[in-house]
Design a protein around this ligand. Structure first.
Ligand code: 5AD
Ligand code: SF4
Length: 443
């Protein structure tokens, strides 16, 4: 029998990429085969993000482009999954004629039924959020993997209600996945040649699983267990919330060489007044206290962050505090965004989006320029140092060079050796740009 083919395109965060692997697993059990050629697909899924307005606009433009495919192949099924499905609900089916199916992030087990419904001539929608679904028993199909690194989602949802953020509304309440199923998946990956896993959650520090014997596995306990699977399996995790980053966790990381020395700790703003308005649950001083704890307990740990400029009522003074905090800490890297008001969030309901667009643009440019120089300085400090690098493959620019990352999550490019992807090598850093370290393998 010829298998029906599906194509899945993913927007947004790592969690969404991880969800697409769950969807691929559910569809492959239904007899669908993945394809990377959209023109031969019988079923196209777009897994979407709602975090900023421009993420949604990109998807809406993409849907327009898919209209021509549908004209050529009227039997083609097009579905929209993920956060936008959850946020816009029926409105999507009404406004976007090209769509046959809309499914929120907690109903992927229902996809086969929804696809059958479309097959019988109806449009299909399910946007229920769940308090339990973690897809713990579904083995993801890693259809776009390098065979070396993989994501494992350990929890879903979020209950922090940062004022700017749509996530609690589109991803539902926080729930953790059974610890045993996480260990099983990580062990399986290691046995199949993977050497790096990233544990994913909106706020991994609040991971909490109640075992059948009523004992509790928290995030530090989970890391402890995952780290012991094999010293050759590297562990990363994302994202940490500054208000929940405990010293206990930092001490656990310090115990294991294979837990990577890299923490993503979104600060969002350097102004305590803005942080309070954002409902982040910490002040500038409290954030600095966590940075100092990282420096003390994990002296070689890289720190990256997220920053939003132009949040409601942000003044030049607040903005300068963000710049000064970035300089004081010297982040190794950062993701930086212009505030984008999201309907129905605490900020949209209570504050005015009152920073003029031109000010947001200029402030964004200022922090990007500053970060560029901080990243450059951070890499400059690595010159002459020796790092253990996990080889991921050839460098994008040349087949004569390997590319991998060090524990600090920095990309290291070096002339090819007799090793292969998945092997660890020691590399001495000889040069750098603001994005990459350039090195040489040494024995
Ligand atoms: N506008 C701009 N950036 C946002 N982020 C989350 N919500 C918004 C928003 N409404 C950013 C935060 C978060 C990252 C994933 O996206 O910095 O940490
Ligand atoms: Fe991920 Fe949030 Fe975007 Fe959803 S809205 S895809 S959870 S970043």
């Amino acid at each position: 029998m010829i298998k029906r083919k599906f194509f899945i395109e993913t927007y947004g965060c790592q969690m969404n990429f991880s969800d697409s692997e769950i969807v691929a697993s559910i569809l492959s059990k239904e007899g669908f085969a993945t394809t990377t050629d959209i023109s031969e697909a019988d079923l196209i899924f777009i897994n979407t993000c709602s975090i900023r307005d421009n993420a949604e606009q990109r998807v809406l433009r993409r849907l327009k482009m898919l209209q021509s495919l549908k004209k050529k192949n009227p039997g083609l099924i097009i579905g929209l999954l993920g956060c936008m499905a959850e946020r816009l609900k029926e409105e999507l089916l009404e406004k976007e004629q090209v769509l046959d199916l809309v499914a929120g992030p907690d109903v992927y087990r229902d996809l086969p039924k929804l696809i059958r419904q479309v097959g019988s001539g109806q449009k299909a929608i399910n946007i229920l959020l769940s308090q339990e679904e973690t897809y713990a028993d579904i083995a993801p199909v890693r259809y776009d993997s390098n065979g070396i690194s993989a994501f494992i989602s350990i929890m879903r949802g979020c209950e922090n209600y940062c004022a700017y953020c749509v996530v609690p509304y589109v991803r539902g309440l926080e729930r953790s996945r059974a610890a045993a199923s996480i260990i099983r998946e990580a062990t399986f990956l290691f046995q199949h040649g993977y050497r790096e896993i990233t544990l994913l959650g909106q706020n991994v520090n609040s991971y909490c699983w109640v075992n059948p014997d009523k004992t509790i596995t928290g995030f530090a306990d989970l890391l402890n267990q995952v780290a012991q699977i094999n010293p050759l399996l590297r562990i990363r995790f994302s994202t940490s919330h500054p208000k929940d980053l405990s010293n206990e966790l930092l001490h656990t990381i310090a115990l294991y060489k294979n837990i990577c020395r890299s923490i993503h700790l979104p600060v969002q703003s350097g102004s305590s007044r803005i942080l309070d308005k954002m409902n982040r649950g910490y002040s500038r001083d409290q954030y600095m206290d966590r940075i100092n704890a990282i420096h003390k307990i994990l002296p070689d740990c890289a720190i990256s962050t997220d920053v939003i400029v132009g949040f409601c009522s942000e003044t030049e003074n607040d903005h300068n505090e963000t710049l000064s905090l970035m300089k004081e800490i010297g982040f190794d890297s950062a993701f930086m965004f212009r505030y984008s008001e999201r309907p129905d969030t605490l900020a949209a309901n209570n504050y005015k989006d009152d920073v003029p667009f031109e000010d947001k643009e200029r402030r964004l440019k200022e922090i990007i320029d500053l970060q560029q120089s901080l990243s450059y300085k951070s890499n400059e400090k690595d010159k002459g140092k020796k790092f253990e690098v996990l080889i991921e493959g050839y460098s994008k620019r040349s087949k004569e060079h390997f590319s991998g990352r060090n524990s600090q999550n920095k990309v290291v490019v070096f002339p090819k050796t007799n090793d292969k992807p998945g092997d660890y090598v020691s590399a001495v850093i000889q040069g750098f740009t603001s994005a990459t370290l350039l090195g040489k393998a040494v024995s």
